[in-house]
Each structure stands twice: as C-alpha cells, then as structure tokens.
Design a protein around this ligand. Structure first.
Ligand code: MTE
Ligand code: MO
Length: 387
C-alpha cells in the first residue's frame, strides 16, 4: 500500500478527527512535528476528506507540508485525459507553423542543450477551501523555451504560440446548438512576448530527477508565475501561428467571469486563466508547551511580497515571518506565526498577504463579483479548538 492510499483510507475512515498524531501508523509518522509538538486539528475540515478522488488526481495534505520542495511522489496532480504512454526513445518535440526551420527534437538533443533551473510553486486554478491541496513546489530543470524557438527562427507575423500535449480525448464542440464530436489534444497558448521571454522552460526534470508520468514525462512547459493549466505536460508540439488559439482548455474550460466597476458602471469580463492571483492560507497549527505555531503557504506570480499577516478572532493583524528558505522569486513562500496566550475554546485564524505593488489578498466578500469558481484567492478563515 502506498502512503497516498494509506492516507486516503485513514481519512475516509473518519479517523482524522480523532487526531492524526495518536494513530501510530509507521508511514503516517507525522515527520513534520518536532518532539513535544502536537497537531491542533482544524475543526472546519470535514472528517471524510478524500485526497485521491480519482487515479488522475492527487491532492496534498497541506498539514503535512515538510520543507520547501514537494517530493516527486507527493506532488499534487490533475489532468484531463489521463497519462499518455510515451516511449522516450521514439519521443520527438515538433516545432512547426510560422518558423524558418521546422524542428523535430529528441530528448537526447534537448538534454544536450544548455540547461537551466527554476524553483516554481503553483496551484491549480480550481484550488480552494477547505482542502487547498492542489498545490506544490518544485525545482524544474530544462531548456529555455527561447533557445528552441530561436533555433527554429520565428517569423515576424507570429503572434500565438500553441503548446499541445500528447494526451487527447473526444470533445463535444457546440456551435450555436449544433454539437460536433471531435478528437482533440490538450492545448494551451501564450502570446508572442511571453513565449519569447527568457523565463518559460521546457522542463524534463523535477527536483533533479526525470519527470514522473504525473508531472508530464518526458517534457512539460513551465510558465513561472502562472496557474497550473498553463504548464502543459507531455508536451509534443509547439505550433506557431498568427490566429488566436481558442481550444477548450484555453477559451472555455479555464476562464473567469468577473464584474468590475469601471467609471461607475459594472463591466463583466471573461478572461482566460493566466498568472497566479496573490494568495495565502494557513496549513497547520501545532502546539508546543504553552505556545502555538501557525504555519502557512503563499502562492503568487513572482511579484515580491511586502507582508504576510495573521489574525486571531477579532484581534489585530499581526506580522508573520517568511521562511528564508523560500525566497526564490517564483517559489511558493512558507510562513510562521507564534501564537501566544491561546485560551481554551474555539478560535478563528486567517492569513492575508500583500505584495510590493500594494495588492492585498481579498476577502471572499470582496470576491463576490467573481462568478466562476476558478482563481479563488480569497482569505481563508480556519477554526481550531484549543483544549
Ligand atoms: N498535457 C496536459 N497538461 C496539463 C493538463 C492536462 O490535462 N494535460 N492539466 C493542467 C492542469 S489543469 C494543471 S493544474 C496542471 C497540474 O500539474 P501537475 O499534475 O504536475 O500538478 O497541469 C496542467 N497541464
Ligand atoms: Mo488545473
């Protein structure tokens, strides 16, 4: 039995509410806890949470985050068409369309190019309360996308860069009520300035090891600062074109409807999912002696963080401390706050992050005009009961 399954069985059995630290199961040994430290359960977490609802989905248990990098066998995962079988020896990345030299690159050729590393933590745009576990952080290694595009030679009229995965499935395309069934690949696009910037990576390794099938073996696009969906896995083709790409996962499935006041009038905008919205959440509360530690996670688009604060009940916002090991630009950021003098009974804890441009993580009331559930970066109040 894998750790994931063990956890699932435990959580399914509702034992989570009994206190995970007293179960005494070896592979559930709570290594995140120091000696003498105990986990304080969130009372707002439903007892029957299921962290592996399907074979294609793995949700991390945020209470167990242990260090900067998520181990490859614990990295969250989700995909729409399962995992395509890819023979690494036969694999080719094709670059076609508005290029001077169409390319077909083997893994060996890609790995022979100058590589670079980037630490990048992201979440699925559907990640939200109460679990918040569709998120992870990793060190990605690969070839800058620009290196490969420069080698192909991008024509002046190129505007849109479409990234296709090897995974595909049958989709019903609705046009004015008429449905056509077609087989489509997973695809996402980037505009020219983004595609030709220095940051996107064609990654073949995670935390120093080859990508797992869940994380997109053998190659994935890494788009630092953007939501999960932009990071196309099992990458098989880059198509360079002039027209906008309007595939399902670009234009329909991953978009947000928001109302915004412009000159005193409500304007409703539908936009494709792109960069991460500034967000934080509390992941774990522990007790050691008389003090409690509140530990949490920040996800953001790379804009430097100005402050991370924690509020207990109706008290003032108090400064929390950023973990200095998570200072890299696109890394997720971890934080801690020491809660002194906690009184017995129920308490509500919430965190709020602010970046240097003055953006503040909104409350859910402030997000009331976001009508679709993706991009939920609202402040997430959690409850605990102090004995
Ligand atoms: N080829 C392909 N890439 C994909 C997807 C997919 O279904 N197919 N899903 C996307 C979505 S919605 C997310 S959140 C991330 C998840 O990445 P992970 O499984 O490495 O965590 O992959 C993205 N890339
Ligand atoms: Mo996603």
């Amino acid at each position: 039995m894998t750790i994931q399954n063990t956890r699932r069985e435990i959580l399914k059995g509702g034992l989570a509410v009994a206190g995970l630290s007293v179960l005494g199961i070896p592979d559930w040994a709570m290594p995140v806890l120091a000696q003498g430290e105990t986990l304080v359960e969130f009372t707002d977490l439903p007892p029957n949470i299921n962290l592996n609802p399907t074979v294609d989905r793995r949700i991390i248990d945020i209470r167990n985050i242990n260090g900067v990098f998520t181990p490859k066998d614990q990295f969250f995962t989700t995909q729409h068409y399962g995992h395509p079988e890819i023979d690494p020896a036969a694999y080719r990345l094709r670059i076609a369309g508005l290029v001077d030299r169409p390319l077909s690159l083997s893994l060996t050729e890609l790995k022979a190019m100058r590589s670079t590393d980037i630490v990048f933590g992201f979440e699925c745009s559907g990640n939200r309360r109460p679990l918040q576990g569709l998120t992870s952080n990793g060190r990605w290694t690969g070839v800058p996308l620009k290196t490969v595009l420069d080698r192909a030679g991008i024509k002046a009229e190129a505007r849109e860069f479409v990234f296709f995965g090897a995974d595909h499935g049958e989709e019903e395309v609705d046009f004015r009520g008429t449905i056509t069934k077609v087989d489509q690949q997973f695809g996402r696009s980037l505009p020219r300035d983004r595609a030709l910037s220095s940051e996107p990576l064609l990654a073949y390794a995670l935390n120093g090891e080859p990508l797992t099938k869940h994380q997109g073996f053998p190659l994935r696009l890494i788009m630092p600062g953007w939501y999960g969906v932009a990071n196309v896995k099992f990458l098989s083709e880059i198509h360079v074109q002039e027209d906008q790409y309007l595939g399902k996962f670009q234009a329909r499935w991953y978009r947000t409807l928001r109302g915004e006041m412009v000159n005193g009038e409500m304007k409703w905008k539908e936009a494709a999912i792109s960069h991460l919205q500034l967000k934080s959440f509390i992941a774990r509360v522990t007790r050691a002696g008389d003090a409690h530690n509140v530990f949490g996670v920040i996800l953001h688009d790379g804009t430097p963080i100005r402050s991370i604060e924690v509020k207990i009940d109706n008290g003032p916002w108090q400064a929390a401390t950023l973990d200095p090991s998570t200072k890299e630009k696109y890394s997720w950021k971890l934080f801690n706050y020491t809660w002194k003098g906690a009184t017995p009974g129920e308490h509500t804890l919430v965190s709020r992050v602010t970046d240097v441009t003055g953006r503040v993580q909104p409350t859910s009331e402030e997000l009331a005009n976001k009508k679709t559930f993706l991009e939920d970066n609202s402040q997430h109040p959690r409850t605990v009961k102090i004995a």
